[in-house]
Design a protein around this ligand. Sequence first.
Ligand SMILES: Cc1cc2nc3c(=O)[nH]c(=O)nc-3n(C[C@H](O)[C@H](O)[C@H](O)COP(=O)(O)OP(=O)(O)OC[C@H]3O[C@@H](n4cnc5c(N)ncnc54)[C@H](O)[C@@H]3O)c2cc1C
Ligand code: SF4
Ligand code: SF4
Ligand code: SF4
Length: 390
Amino acid sequence: MSDSKHIHITNKTFCTGCSACEQVCAHGAIRMRQDYEGFVYPHVDSKSCIECGLCSKTCPQKQGRKQREEKTEIYAAYNTNENVRVASTSGGLFSMFAQWVLSQGGVVFGAAFTDTWMVRHEVAKIESEYARFRGSKYVQSDVTGIYKQVKADLQQDVWVLFSGTPCQIDGLKAYLRKNYEKLLTIDLVCHGVPSPKLWGKFLKWLKGKYEVLHFKDIRFRAKTNGWEKCMVEFDCETKGNAIDTIRFAWAEDLYTSLFEHGISLRPSCNQCKYRSIVHPSDITLGDCWHFQTYAPELFDNKGLSMIMLHTEKGKQLFKEISTSLVYKQLDYKIVAEQIAAEAGYYSESSGAREFYMLQNILPLKVATKFAKRKSLVHRIKSKLNKLIRR
Ligand SMILES: Cc1cc2nc3c(=O)[nH]c(=O)nc-3n(C[C@H](O)[C@H](O)[C@H](O)COP(=O)(O)OP(=O)(O)OC[C@H]3O[C@@H](n4cnc5c(N)ncnc54)[C@H](O)[C@@H]3O)c2cc1C
Ligand code: SF4
Ligand code: SF4
Ligand code: SF4
């Protein structure tokens, strides 16, 4: 057994790739490197490491989860600004908090597409900059160097909104190691993230198939046919200008079908510990898919959010923006039971590791076919097992 104090990944399901360990190391001894699936993990350079153990102590996955004393409030809600709501994934609530923070002279951190259509966390100081954070990007976002930037802004005593996946919020908080009054954290009801390498591979496949010269915009959850039947859209310039927008129904293209079935997720996502009402953030946002049970009167097919307010800060800021919202409070117990019932679905998803192995040796389309078949067989088997056990 190794007695080194630095972080060492022996089981990949344990590491979310939050990069808190890398960013906390003052000796620059840790680099986040992609493995063959394309997910990042920390690698320690033993020559630069002084064995202080700070990286291991910081890792949020090594800390027990603290139960909150405050009671989470849950609402179904949407933004009354139609343009913003339609451009957002769910009810357009993220933008309202971003707008509030900017109006206080603060800054907003979120996930944006880069020039090469990869996904990276960036900072926004004005509205036109944070508009790039709107819309879910179903790819793991690169947060290299971002927590340091958040800390520098907090030390200037300005409001900072950091939005990301629950594991990124946990990573940021572990990195900061103290509470800041002006830090607002917003995370998501998180299905999981595919690897940037797979996303790059898919874009390359798409370019080849449709003779794309370059992409102009990408929308994972376009509301062209409404929120319920969302579309995946790629605005592009193609050879001979044959197509302006490549369009798929959700989960009918290679990429989102793998995502939907949990086949392309990071190992930590298949066993994620954040699938409950307890989150590390002030506020959690998600789609209110169970609107028929929770709030049928709020459904107009333009997007409805479910918002969980975990802290007093979250509740206070919700009050501040609520004049521009249509909302209804939901029953905590009913939502908690629903989330608990759905959490099992993800851990049962199988075939992700096999898929990543196959896509390294087979064409993407063939590997996808194999993996989806295996995942279906697995789901049927586990359903049958459950029925037999009853
Ligand atoms: C990877 C992922 C998985 C999700 N899974 C579910 C789910 O299973 N069920 C559900 O109800 N909701 C899920 N969501 C949340 C949902 O899609 C909406 O993002 C959320 O409801 C907020 O919508 P909005 O209309 O308020 O704002 P939007 O403007 O759509 O919000 C965008 C926000 O998401 C952040 N974001 C976008 N892409 C990423 C990324 N790759 N990594 C980190 N942060 C990102 C932005 O920083 C911004 O804060 C997921 C989101 C993501 C990114
Ligand atoms: S033990 Fe200390 S020096 Fe070594 S990698 Fe971890 S934080 Fe850096
Ligand atoms: S701090 Fe984050 S990236 Fe580092 S080992 Fe822990 S989970 Fe992985
Ligand atoms: S599913 Fe869990 S581990 Fe995966 S990105 Fe989301 S919060 Fe992180």
